[in-house]
Ligand binder design. Sequence first.
Ligand code: ADP
Ligand code: MG
Length: 555
Amino acid sequence: IPVTETLEFQSEARQLLQLMIHSIYSNKDVFLRELVSNASDALDKLRLETYRDKDLEADTSDLHIELETDPVARTLTVRDNGIGMTRDEVVSLIGTIAKSGTAELLAKLRETKDSAASADLIGQFGVGFYSSFMVADKVTLVTRRAGADEGVRWESAGEGTYTIEPAEDAPQGTSVVLHLKPEDTEDKLYDYASPAKVREVVKRYSDFITWPIRMAKAAPAEESDESTDGELETVNSMKALWARSASEVTEDELTEFYRHVSHDWSPPLETIRLQAEGTFEYQALLFLPSRAPFDLFMRDARRGVQLYVKRVFIMDDCEALVPEYLRFVKGVVDAQDLSLNVSREILQQDRQIELIRRRLVRKVLSTVKALEPEKYRTFWTEFGKAVKEGLVSDAGNRDSILEICSFPSTHSADEPTRLADYVARMKDGQEHIYYLTGESRQAIENSPHLEAFRAKDYEVLVLTDPIDEMWVDAVEGFEGKQFQSVAKGQLDLDEQESEHTEEFKPLLDWMTTALGDTVKEVRLSSRLTTSPACIVGDEHDLTPTLEKMYRAMGQ
Ligand code: ADP
Ligand code: MG
């Protein structure tokens, strides 16, 4: 006997659903893009799994997506015959949100009173399937995992609980039935039971989906909402964007494609194309997002680039294609000569993938370098911290990375400086690029170490990110100028120290003895102008911040 169970949504999921139901996002059309995107992913996954598992009993003869409208019952159904879900998958994938950053997002949303700002936050987070509840007061999902005997029926009004029960005759794949909210009927703008409306939304948001999206054939009178009996037609062009020439693709198409691969609702900052012909052919269509995802600095952050082989989706988050410090780059790489069976392990050692990766990194760095100032500023604010990791991890591209870095400095309180500009401002006789690391700009500005530099009007980089402590040790220099901490070692600002050393020897000796093991040496210095004394580290000592970091890590 089939049992219907009533289960509760995980609390984060419940809160996000509430936001969706009270629709803080003004553009409701996007729900359809999310559902079509899920259907497309499900077809990709099935195709891939049948390559990998020859014993899988799945029907792959006519993989497609179908949209069905019923103006009388006021429903819209999105159906695919893809991978489907087991009962446990439905519970974990639909009933909970495993995305990192959810708690932080919800906390921010609670603080935000402005609804446009909330919509912005939620769009950035990407709510996927839950966006159905912007237009539906009840959603029914029936699914059967490819190869499984029995299906599952899930239903919810989005209010805290859902029901789940076995579904005997469910076809392979997933269908999502939206019971549309009544209030949208009047407003033709949001009538998702109208085939004309649905067709328009699909054309706008999902045209590039590489699977056929079918709908009942429109009746001869173009604008009519009536449909001809049973006949279906494909409503999307199915053209892979990355395989088309740049001139053929519109800005809007690119933006929608970006949204599909990135799950980001805002438009990209910049598009990057790469084409390689000849013995090893590939195409890449990459994007720099206009803002950092929530999980940029979380351990399980996703890497953005998808791998296709000859138009066939192979994997998300292909880490072999982008180094970690460029993990925010989104998009697609389509390689012609790889095996469809290629695994992550094999990719890590594949020479051709290595070549693509190198070219891709160079292209991303040169694109950032060429960004117009306004876009560059956005880029650096959002992704600078991640990019600086590359100074440590990618020795081969260090110089190119330095070229796109900006650092706060004593030159300006609010505008960070590119190194080339720093070098251009260097004073006569200044040999090094000076910096000071610390916890905050204020702490650094109050440091007695800066006094002599201020007096000489030397510019000092003000480095406050933990990663700064790492790269300053790894990097040799920039344009032949070495990086030099103002808090370490002997400074070559002036040579007059020795003159007075004899005179002050008794005092220095006394102090060295009195301070005992706490210091190595007490010496005269010209680095101070108003403070009587300061503590400096040796050239190769850890900085106080690094020392603190190591101590925090238990070392
Ligand atoms: P995302 O697509 O970003 O993972 P969604 O909320 O859109 O987030 O979907 C959550 C998960 O539910 C998907 O990752 C997928 O595993 C599963 N899912 C959703 N729709 C389908 C579908 N049509 N077929 C199979 N699985 C699906
Ligand atoms: Mg999705």
